[in-house]
Design a protein around this ligand. Structure first.
Ligand SMILES: Cc1cc2nc3c(=O)[nH]c(=O)nc-3n(C[C@H](O)[C@H](O)[C@H](O)COP(=O)(O)OP(=O)(O)OC[C@H]3O[C@@H](n4cnc5c(N)ncnc54)[C@H](O)[C@@H]3O)c2cc1C
Length: 360
């Protein structure tokens, strides 16, 4: 049986970042992903705030350039505004710099960084279960001193290690449309996407268009998306896919014994807008660095839990508070329209920046 210092389950932004920082320090790292092609299908809006915005949103995280200053060839469009559109089509605009990526290439780039640093990658390989240090994959068993669950919103690794998993998920559907779009991210609220929002995120030669909702019962996301496309005259959609965003906030425990949980698996997502790429990369870096200190200097793995909460915990909590408040207003178009009017662009900006809407 092959033995590793670290086995990372999942080669999304969280897993690849963890694997990169662990492998960089010379550890024997294996990364496993069930997908045959990393990053495909795209189940994401593909929007990332600029490094400058990230430094403003989460100022305690040092050297963010190391994570987010990526090669220009990976950037599909730079955007400079976010617009919120109310049920009655009232627009609230704010300056906000960001860029779109194509996750098919972005995720492969992150995985390659990890393999270039020495990590092994097994694709088309499914994690099945975990017992002590032995990980059962559909292609055999491997042994690891440290196991990282970066396996997304329904983390089987967290479950198998006896940790709590995300308990509220927001179902989404999305795809790509062709055309020319202004460099503005648009978010539409109201019955168009009950309890969530619909988005148009511009990319070179087109846009990523989708919606996420909070509604139970018999609803068809496909019909809602079709209605949205028609209403906004967005034309035909292609490369349709679906996914879930965990919106219940971070799970209470992310380290247990020699198992660590990172990224969506740990609920490390901004609950207000579903943004998780940068947070999962930040937490992946912390995880990878703590793992390397664990092997070098016997630093306990629980340092990861302490560090990521100290770095991004407040902002994730603020986002969760805002979401809870918004959920009350989201119930009807009438109350939502009113709440958006009362909030105005300034408070919406605070929400996007993960600050408390009402200053403490
Ligand atoms: C519709 C939608 C739109 C979004 N839009 C944005 C956005 O615009 N900006 C943003 O910042 N965030 C966005 N997000 C959130 C973002 O996609 C996630 O937060 C981010 O991908 C988290 O990275 P991760 O590595 O934790 O998980 P993932 O990217 O989900 O990666 C998990 C990996 O684990 C693998 N895996 C799972 N189970 C197993 C198994 N049993 N065995 C082997 N491998 C396994 C999967 O194949 C996958 O590759 C969006 C999410 C959705 C669903």
């Amino acid at each position: 049986m092959n033995e590793y210092d670290v086995v990372v389950i999942g080669a999304g932004p969280a897993g690849s970042s963890t694997a990169y920082f662990a492998a960089r320090s010379g550890l024997k790292v294996l990364m496993v992903d069930q997908r045959n092609a990393i990053g495909e299908p795209v189940q994401c809006g593909e929007f990332i705030p600029s490094t400058k915005e990230m430094e403003r949103i989460i100022p305690r995280v040092k050297n963010q350039k190391e994570l987010f200053d990526i090669d220009d060839s990976l950037i599909k469009m730079r955007t400079n505004k976010i617009k919120f559109i109310s049920p009655k089509d009232r627009e609230y605009e704010m300056d906000f710099e960001g860029f779109t990526v194509d996750r098919r290439y972005f995720d492969k780039y992150l995985a390659k960084k990890a393999t270039d640093a020495g990590a092994e990658l097994m694709i088309g390989t499914k994690y099945l279960s975990l017992k002590d240090n032995v990980i059962k994959l559909d292609k055999g068993e491997v042994k690891a001193k440290v196991i990282v669950g970066a396996d997304g919103f329904k983390s089987n690794v967290a479950k198998d290690a006896g940790m709590e998993v995300n308990h509220v998920l927001c179902p989404c559907m999305l795809g790509q449309v062709d055309g020319d779009f202004e460099p503005t991210v648009e978010m539409f609220f109201g019955t168009v996407a009950p309890g969530g929002y619909a988005w148009v995120i511009p990319k070179e030669g087109g846009a990523n268009v989708g919606l996420g909702i909070q509604k139970t019962g018999n609803v068809s996301l496909r019909n809602m998306l079709n209605d949205f496309l028609k209403m906004r005259k967005l034309g035909k959609i292609h490369d349709l896919s679906a996914g879930f965003v965990p919106i219940s906030g971070p799970i209470p425990q992310t380290v247990k014994g020699n198992v660590m949980i990172v990224g969506d698996a740990a609920g490390q997502v901004m609950a207000t807008n579903g943004g998780g790429i940068p947070i999962s990369m930040i937490c992946g870096r912390i995880a990878g660095n703590v793992i390397s200190e664990y092997f070098k200097n016997k630093v306990p793995l629980t340092k990861y839990e302490e560090e990521w909460r100290a770095n991004v915990g407040t902002e994730l909590e603020n986002a969760l508070d805002t979401k809870r408040m918004a959920d009350k207003a989201f119930k009807r178009n009438f109350t939502l329209e009113l709440a958006m009017k009362l909030m105005g662009s300034k408070r919406m900006e605070r929400a996007i920046n993960c600050k408390p809407i009402f200053k403490k």
